[in-house]
Write a protein that binds this ligand. Structure first.
Ligand code: ZN
Length: 137
């Protein structure tokens, strides 16, 4: 699990505040974070001034070692398009394959967009906005 501090501006009144948000979660060691994700409570902020409650959409690494599942969720934003995400992803995948020792089998990785057929993941990210998911197994 890793969190990081960010300075966030309230979309309602514009007041800025420093908040701690999750960049990655391990649902085996922190099952309560999976619950928070399912209930749309993860990375939510309540404005210290006007009390508006909003979700911060930022990349999240979801890891479930018990089920050998890792999902890198990347939301599409005004600044970053899906095409840009795929391009960046392809580039990092190439880099990983280049530095990986020859005797190690590279992980199986596939990309999917927001319309997922895998029910479990769909349920997890039900509230999602247009996104790219990278599955790493
Ligand atoms: Zn506010």
């Amino acid at each position: 699990m890793s969190t990081k501090k960010f300075t966030i501006g309230c979309p309602s009144c514009g007041v800025t505040q420093e908040v701690e948000l999750h960049e990655s979660i391990n649902v085996q060691s922190n099952p309560e974070l999976k619950q928070a994700l399912l209930e749309n409570r993860l990375n939510r902020v309540t404005c210290s001034d006007c009390e508006a409650n909003f979700r911060i959409d930022m990349p999240l690494l979801y890891s479930d070692p018990e089920h050998e599942l890792m999902v890198h969720w990347i939301p599409e934003t005004k600044q970053v398009s899906c095409d840009q995400i795929i391009e960046d992803f392809d580039r990092s995948l190439e880099e990983i394959n280049q530095i990986l020792p020859k005797d190690i089998t590279p992980p199986t990785v596939f990309l999917s967009n927001g319309t997922l057929s895998s029910t479990g993941i769909k349920k997890l990210f039900l509230w999602t906005i247009p996104s790219i998911f990278a599955f790493i197994r």
